[in-house]
Each structure stands twice: as structure tokens, then as C-alpha cells.
Design a protein. Structure first.
Length: 265
């Protein structure tokens, strides 16, 4: 008899797999040739779903990873790998699939739980369509409600103390440098040789919220809309990229893509 914890794990894994297969069915068209593949445990199911289509569909497709993990997944599934650095400036990916740590009512995302947020944003911004595959645990009305570890921020190690100070000034509740994997001393080092700072904030407002009508400095400390906070975080010297994926970020500006498309279970 499975314990309650085992049953919950099974439910989550089933949900991730169903969401991934549904997303691939709905958003991967046979005529597509360039596909972005994100990072995390949900994306494992995305690659499984793509591989299950067989070479008749996938042999004309090339897959662009967001890091070492997705590179390995693509190769292990026998799919053609290419790096985003090889994508000509005048071309786009047809679609990019990725997971998320949290998704709000406006489809803004927190990403970076797996420390790949910088490459993930570049791949997402290179795609005409961004499909976020998220299970039921990730959905919340306001970012910061379900994912309580904070907004992942990729920083230059020498700037980390100063960045932490700036985050506290912006009202972050106990921002911290993310430690390395269990058993590994020191900080978590990204594929880019940088560190991750996790910065918790009170739940982020959406433009239609009553509190958002007040000027930021007249609200309780640390109370920001997604756009306001993103604008401030990205401007801190030493910050390379932030794990907020939101409506008017690189997804739209760089690629003309619309807001993230989400596939949920
Ligand atoms: C990695 C990410 C992942 O997409 C996010 O952490 C979700 O991971 P999982 O599918 O394992 O829950 O942003 O940087």
C-alpha cells in the first residue's frame, strides 16, 4: 500500500507527463523544423512525448537546448541537437517548450529553480511561440504564493553581497545565495559560471489589482507588480538575468512572440 507521500509523488508525475504529452500534441506541428527544449523534470516528459512521435515526424526537426541537462535529453532520445548560438539572427525557433516553478493568472512565470534561467530566457525569446508545461502545483493567482523559495536571479559572484543588499532595500524577505547540491560545498554555480540568488518577495501584484493603483513607495515594503519588480531587478549592477518571465520581457521585445502559451493539467 503506497503511503500518502508516495501517492502524491505519483499524482504529480502523472500530471507532469499528461501535461507534457498534451502540450506536444497541441503545439508541435509536423511542419516545424526548429524546436527549443527547456530544463527540469517536466521537460523529461516533453522529450519523451516528442520521441514517441517517431522519426517519420522528428527527422526533419532540430532541437535547441537550454543547458547541459536538456542537451543530454535530446541526445539520449536520438533527436538532432543544435546550439542556439548557431541560430542565424534572422531566424526563429518555431516553438520552445519549457517548465516553470510558478504561473500566475496573467501567465507570468517564475523560472530558474534548476538554475538555467538565462539560457531559458534566450531560447524562449528566440521562439515564435513559448509553451510552458506546468502541473497543478505550479498554478497560483499571484507569483510568490506557490513557489516560496524566491525569485531566482543569476548574478556575478563578486557582486553577490551588493546584490543581496539591493534586494533587501527593495523589500525582499531574506534573499540568499543558493547553496550547491547536497554534499557539495559552496554556492550553486550555473552553466555560465555565475551564482543564483533566491529572492523571496510578498506575492506580486497584477496591473488590475486595487493595490497596484497606489504608487510603489506608498505601498507596504516589497509590494510590487510583476513589471515594476522585473524592471528594478534587471537594473541592479551584477545581475545577469532574472527568473521572471513576463508579458513585456524579451519574449515579446526580441522575438515578436506573444505572451507565454501555457498547457496545464
Ligand atoms: C529550470 C526551470 C524549470 O523549468 C523549473 O524549475 C521547473 O522544473 P520542474 O519541471 O522540475 O518542476 O526553470 O531553471
Amino acid at each position: 500500500m503506497a503511503t500518502a507521500a508516495e501517492q502524491q509523488t505519483q499524482l504529480v508525475e502523472t500530471s507532469k507527463r499528461l501535461a507534457a504529452f498534451q502540450a506536444v500534441k497541441d503545439y508541435l506541428k509536423p511542419e516545424y523544423t526548429r524546436i527549443g527544449i527547456g530544463s527540469g523534470s517536466t521537460v523529461v516528459y516533453v522529450v519523451e512525448a516528442i520521441a514517441a512521435l517517431g522519426p517519420a515526424v522528428t527527422s526533419t526537426m532540430t532541437f535547441y537546448p537550454t543547458g547541459a541537462q536538456s542537451e543530454e535529453l535530446i541526445e539520449a532520445a536520438g533527436l538532432r541537437l543544435q546550439y542556439i548560438s548557431k541560430l542565424p539572427a534572422d531566424q526563429q525557433l518555431d516553438v520552445a517548450f519549457d517548465g516553470a516553478d510558478e504561473v500566475d493568472d496573467d501567465l507570468n512565470l517564475i523560472k530558474g529553480g534548476g538554475a538555467c534561467l538565462w539560457q531559458e530566457k534566450i531560447v524562449a525569446a528566440s521562439a515564435r511561440q513559448f509553451v510552458c508545461v506546468a502541473d497543478f502545483r505550479k498554478l497560483s493567482s499571484r507569483l510568490g504564493t506557490a513557489w516560496k523559495k524566491g525569485i531566482p536571479i543569476e548574478v556575478l559572484p563578486m557582486a553577490a553581497p551588493r546584490v543581496l543588499g539591493e534586494l533587501r532595500r527593495l523589500g525582499s524577505l531574506d534573499p540568499r545565495v543558493r547553496p550547491g547540491l547536497p554534499g557539495k560545498a559552496g554556492a550553486c554555480v550555473t552553466d555560465n559560471g555565475l551564482w543564483i540568488v533566491d529572492a523571496p518577495f510578498p506575492p506580486l501584484l497584477l496591473p488590475g489589482d486595487a493595490e497596484a493603483a497606489a504608487a510603489p513607495d506608498s505601498r507596504p515594503a516589497g509590494t510590487w507588480t510583476v513589471d515594476e519588480l522585473a524592471d528594478r531587478l534587471i537594473k541592479i549592477p551584477g545581475v545577469a538575468e532574472i527568473g521572471l518571465f513576463y508579458g513585456k520581457n524579451g519574449l515579446q521585445v526580441a522575438s515578436g512572440a506573444q505572451k507565454p502559451v501555457a498547457a496545464y493539467f
